[in-house]
Design a protein around this ligand. Structure first.
Ligand SMILES: *[C@@H]1O[C@H](CO)[C@@H](O)[C@H](O)[C@H]1NC(C)=O
Ligand SMILES: *[C@@H]1O[C@H](CO)[C@@H](O)[C@H](O)[C@H]1NC(C)=O
Ligand SMILES: *[C@@H]1O[C@H](CO)[C@@H](O)[C@H](O)[C@H]1NC(C)=O
Ligand SMILES: *[C@@H]1O[C@H](CO)[C@@H](O)[C@H](O)[C@H]1NC(C)=O
Ligand SMILES: *[C@@H]1O[C@H](CO)[C@@H](O)[C@H](O)[C@H]1NC(C)=O
Ligand SMILES: *[C@@H]1O[C@H](CO)[C@@H](O)[C@H](O)[C@H]1NC(C)=O
Length: 437
């Protein structure tokens, strides 16, 4: 070999090494992960890598990976500064994470835990995992009075209040077997300061695959998803009858919303703005991966009026089962299923980052933390509430929704379609799984 050839091979090796190292630092596309903002770090936990048949429970490839983005410095959305953290003891998806306002530890509550990279449910797994991001340590706490009916609970979106109480409503224990599941309408409360569990029995319709957003006044707003009509019967939830739970007096009430025409959906995300608006994004409304319309909508939580922000359609991602967080005026979306390219049998998954500046509803490609915060002060009455608003309101806006309810109605519809070949699914179709037999 002459010198020139040597230089060429060295260059090749360097280039290959560079690519290798680079690829190591880019997370694979995934969906159904959960995410939380801890200080300036945006964390992503778990998810499913599987691109084949999203209706087939056994085809999942559930990861234990933990990734985070440091939001304290600028970056381009094409090259986010990804960091990989210590993995979880289990593969995890279909759950949600809450950040304690007290010591910023992360609580993974419910969801499904798997032996990594398989879809073998680890039935013995504990329903709550705690992550200390200071030292990258996962632990399983002892919970006093844990209600074993909560085991395998999924399709839920727990939220944590500023006193460290986690509220988890409804959900299902569906694990892929349509002849063995129930829907719940109870409210479980985990007080993370004493690690005690309590269950409120509540006579309101259960919800699953909804988003839950805690307002500064202590009211949790449940949007979208599926509403249960019995322990095994559900339908798409109305966007105009919104169930709310008051964490101060444990009362439920249904708010009647009006305004713009907003389609029902599951697999969407929700974030709370400093003005008290909830912005929902993405999701789908049926089993054929049709994007929900409009894909972005805003709910004013004082007037309960829906409106549709004027967002440039160009480069607008149509995502479901993604993560969304509000950081200042930046709504950051990551991962998820790209609906326009997915079908029942094949999912195209994303590992992209999308940032919407909600000051003017434009997509931006340069993340600049100094420009991300507006001067508006949150509409809250004391410091504690400010913390809640910024820390928890944003954290609670992160969504993780389940694919398996869609699976549930998918399987049912397939069966129904076989029986009635002309059946065309329409929004608002009631899916009576109990009639399957
Ligand atoms: C579901 O996925 C598993 C694992 O990939 C496969 O063995 C099985 O045949 C699939 N079932 C159906 C109904 O497609
Ligand atoms: C699951 O994903 C991992 C990581 O990409 C991959 O190595 C593995 O082959 C996948 N397993 C299956 C069954 O597809
Ligand atoms: C992490 O470190 C911060 C700052 O030192 C501290 O306030 C917090 O309590 C720590 N969190 C945990 C879970 O140890
Ligand atoms: C599904 O649940 C039914 C009723 O509990 C049970 O008989 C059946 O064996 C289960 N099927 C699978 C594949 O686990
Ligand atoms: C769900 O709960 C019902 C009622 O307790 C039980 O019969 C069923 O076996 C459970 N299914 C799973 C998958 O745990
Ligand atoms: C446990 O949860 C179930 C289901 O919501 C409920 O019926 C039961 O009363 C709860 N048990 C206790 C001790 O709260």
């Amino acid at each position: 070999m002459n010198l020139f050839q040597n230089i060429q091979s060295y260059l090749l090796i360097i280039i290959l090494l560079f690519f290798f190292v680079n690829c190591q630092n880019i997370p694979k596309p995934r969906y159904l992960q959960t995410s939380s903002l801890i200080g300036n770090r945006l964390y992503f936990f778990g998810g499913d890598f599987s691109t084949t048949d999203s209706s087939n429970f056994s085809a999942g490839n559930i990861t234990n990976e933990v990734w985070y983005l440091d939001l304290s410095s600028s970056f381009n959305t094409a090259t986010p500064p990804w960091n990989k953290d210590v993995g979880m003891p289990i593969g995890y998806f279909l759950g949600a994470s809450c950040v304690s306002p007290i010591d910023h530890s992360v609580f993974l509550v419910g969801g499904m835990m798997f032996i990594q990279n398989t879809a073998n449910i680890n039935l013995g797994s504990w329903p709550v995992y705690v992550f200390n991001s200071n030292i990258s340590l996962w632990t399983t706490p002892n919970i006093i009075g844990f209600n074993s009916s909560f085991k395998m609970r999924n399709g839920i979106q727990p939220v944590i209040d500023n006193y460290g109480k986690i509220y988890t409503f409804g959900g299902t224990n569906y694990t892929g077997n349509l002849s063995s599941f129930v829907l719940y309408n109870d409210m479980s409360i985990l007080d993370t300061t004493s690690m005690t569990w309590s269950t409120l029995a509540i006579s309101i319709n259960g919800l699953l695959y909804y988003t839950a957003t805690l307002l500064p006044n202590g009211i949790i707003v449940y949007i979208g998803g599926l509403i249960s009509r019995s322990v095994i019967l559900y339908e798409l939830n109305s966007m105009y009858e919104i169930q709310t739970f008051n964490t101060k007096n444990y009362n439920w009430s249904t708010k009647v919303a009006s305004g713009a025409s907003i389609g029902s959906r599951t697999g969407h995300s929700a974030v709370l703005t400093q003005n008290g608006d909830i912005i929902i994004y993405g999701g789908l409304w049926n089993d054929t991966h049709t994007p929900a319309t409009p894909y972005i909508a805003k709910l004013d939580t004082s007037s309960w009026m829906w409106s549709i922000p004027n967002v440039s359609q160009i480069n607008s991602p149509q995502l479901s089962y993604h993560s969304a967080v509000l950081y200042g005026d930046y709504m950051i979306m990551a991962f998820g299923q790209i609906l326009s390219m997915s079908s029942i049998s094949y999912s195209v998954l994303s590992n992209s980052l999308y940032i919407l500046d909600i000051k003017n509803y434009t997509w931006i490609t340069l993340f600049n933390p100094n420009q991300s915060t507006s001067n508006q002060t949150p509409p809250s009455d004391n410091h504690l509430h400010n913390d809640l608003f910024i820390g928890i309101g944003i954290g609670a806006g992160i969504v993780l929704l389940g694919v398996f309810s869609v699976v549930g109605f998918l399987l049912y519809k397939r069966k129904k379609q076989n029986q009635y070949p002309k059946f065309i699914p329409t929004p608002g179709t009631t899916d009576r799984i109990n009639m399957m037999k």
